[in-house]
Design a protein around this ligand. Structure first.
Ligand SMILES: [Zn+2]
Ligand SMILES: [Zn+2]
Length: 286
């Protein structure tokens, strides 16, 4: 598996859109890895994890082609994770597909290349957000599938198991366990500490890589997201139960500027725990 982080920020991005606090000001001044778009990742350029408003800008910047994505796993319908307007641009005038581009140009249209069918997976909240876009005609070549907690499914050659997260109301956000070629990834956002039934489900796996949200960083008072202390505890808990091997990659993503210091400073604060801060454009290969 090749995992590319297209974004590693939370809802307000990094720097925060309307903020000039010391962290946001630092990020604007130093840029580089301190700048974070809304969290989004893509595996093998085939399976996409969330599709926020900045996903396609980031992909273009990092040389990633999202036109061949055949699976989209949506964690939840908060706007930084799901921006359905992007799906609208999959529409096509069927008579344009395969025609010489210049000949079709005078007719105009949202796209000119054939696309593979996109399989979209998400919970009931995601389904209601997407409903108007799924009904659009002509066919945007996509199919929605409702996920069930703990029930695995196969898509694009990956085996995927949805895990209920703790974010907003119950059943609002889901994490995903993704398996392929003997490798197992946990993609965990947005969520606070998992409920006991989901904890026992997680212990059925051995993770080669964990990507977890670290939204609230140094603020330990907020539930429904992870702070660094809970990231550390979760990692230790996986290790204690043989579900994760110390030294394997454990990445943090979805970081808010108001609780997580800028990358330049925060990366070395999390390193002693065996945790790596992801950054936009980072590629991890298993
Ligand atoms: Zn979020
Ligand atoms: Zn959220």
């Amino acid at each position: 598996m090749k995992i590319t982080f297209l974004g590693t920020g939370a809802g307000e991005s990094y720097p925060g859109l309307w903020c000039n606090c010391p962290h946001c000001a630092y990020a604007r001044r130093h840029r580089g890895r301190n700048i974070r778009a809304n969290s989004c990742a893509v595996i093998d350029d085939t399976l996409m994890l969330d599709m926020g408003p900045m996903a396609f800008d980031a992909a273009a910047r990092f040389g990633v082609d999202l036109t061949q994505v055949t699976t989209l796993l949506v964690t939840h319908n908060h706007e930084d994770h799901l921006y359905p307007m992007h799906l609208h641009w999959r529409e096509v005038k069927e008579e344009h597909v395969g025609k010489p581009y210049v000949a079709s140009l005078s007719l105009g249209g949202p796209r000119f290349t054939p696309l593979p069918e996109l399989q979209i997976y998400g919970n009931a909240h995601v389904r209601s957000t997407l409903a108007p876009f799924l009904e659009e005609q002509p066919s945007p070549h996509m199919t929605f599938h409702l996920i069930e907690e703990g029930v695995p499914f196969s898509s694009s050659g990956y085996r995927v198991t949805p895990i209920r997260g703790n974010h907003h109301e119950k059943g609002f956000a889901h994490s995903y366990v993704i398996e392929k070629d003997g490798q197992t990834l946990l993609y965990a956002l947005d969520t606070g500490t998992y409920d006991p039934d989901m904890q026992s489900l997680l212990l059925h796996f051995h993770f080669d890589i964990v990507i977890m949200e670290g939204t609230t960083g140094l603020n330990e008072q907020y539930y429904g997201h992870m702070c660094l202390e809970n990231n550390r505890k979760f990692k230790q808990w996986l290790e204690d139960h043989g579900a994760f091997t110390p030294g394997h990659p454990f990445y943090l993503t979805h970081m808010s500027p108001h609780w997580c210091p800028p990358h330049d400073l925060y990366a070395e604060m999390v390193a002693p725990y065996g945790i790596t801060l992801a950054y936009d454009g980072l590629t991890a290969t298993l």
